[in-house]
Write a protein that binds this ligand. Structure first.
Ligand SMILES: [Mg+2]
Length: 242
């Protein structure tokens, strides 16, 4: 009997969309430097480099980070080079977030799937590695009518660690009120972050293998999921046998 099902967000609850990260930061920088394309270009490049460095640190050490830190890191780089620093500004963040909206839409299968799992008595949760604030993610889930179907959502921007660190998974298990990891299922799109992390704490792990994850983000890992599903609506049949 499965006690809880916890889902990854990007590429799992939201189908993968390949995005232009530099364009997102350029949208941020254009708000800071209206009419000054060289300054906007310089700030956007520094912000992208800072974000990539934070993600690399997360891959190497599982250290969590927040958007505020990306902006602070970029500011330090620009300051050292004698350039104006990008402040953490809500209007610039809004432009950045608008750029990313295309990648935030919930798979239409999620609502019906969560209803089926709920009817079976499973607690439901989200665990995501993200630098974005929790309220952004929760706004997206609310917009798509599924936020209230989850018992708990855990975003690494509120934690010290990202996936696959065991503390991230343990935080999510506790948040949904589950007690036995072997009766908790994690569903995700990344073998290293999702599958190896979940299995390391004794959870069962289901891979949804359709994300076009860039090569530099892939971490080689020798791990096998307990199941592979082609679409989220295939999950109840898999869990029925567990
Ligand atoms: Mg993912």
């Amino acid at each position: 009997m499965i006690e809880a099902v916890i889902f990854d967000w990007g590429g799992t609850l939201t189908p993968w969309v390949t995005m232009d990260h530099l364009a997102g930061w350029r949208a941020y920088a254009d708000v800071l430097h209206p009419g000054d394309a060289p300054a906007a270009e310089r700030a956007a490049a520094a912000l992208l480099a800072a974000e990539e460095a934070r993600w690399q640190l997360a891959r190497d050490t599982h250290r969590a980070f927040r958007m505020t830190q990306v902006v602070e890191d970029a500011a330090a780089e620009l300051r050292a080079a004698g350039h104006p620093e990008p402040p953490y500004r809500q209007d610039a963040l809004a432009a950045y977030r608008e750029h990313w909206t295309a990648a935030t839409y919930t798979d239409p299968e999620v609502g019906p799937l969560l209803g089926v799992l709920r009817d079976r008595g499973a607690a439901l949760g989200v665990l995501s590695s993200t630098g974005w604030p929790a309220d952004w993610h929760e706004d997206f889930l609310r917009r798509d009518g599924v936020l209230d179907l989850f018992d708990a959502c855990v975003w690494s921007s509120d934690l010290d660690w990202t996936k696959p660190h065991r503390e991230a998974f343990e935080a999510a298990i506790a948040a949904v009120g589950a007690t036995d990891p072997s009766r908790v299922v994690y569903v995700g799109d990344r073998p290293y972050d999702d599958i190896s992390g979940a299995k390391a704490v004794g959870m069962r792990a289901v891979l949804v293998p359709h994300s076009d994850i860039p090569a530099h983000q892939r971490v080689p890992v020798d791990v096998s999921p307990d199941a592979v599903i082609q679409r989220l609506s295939d999950l109840p049949a898999v869990l029925a046998d567990w």
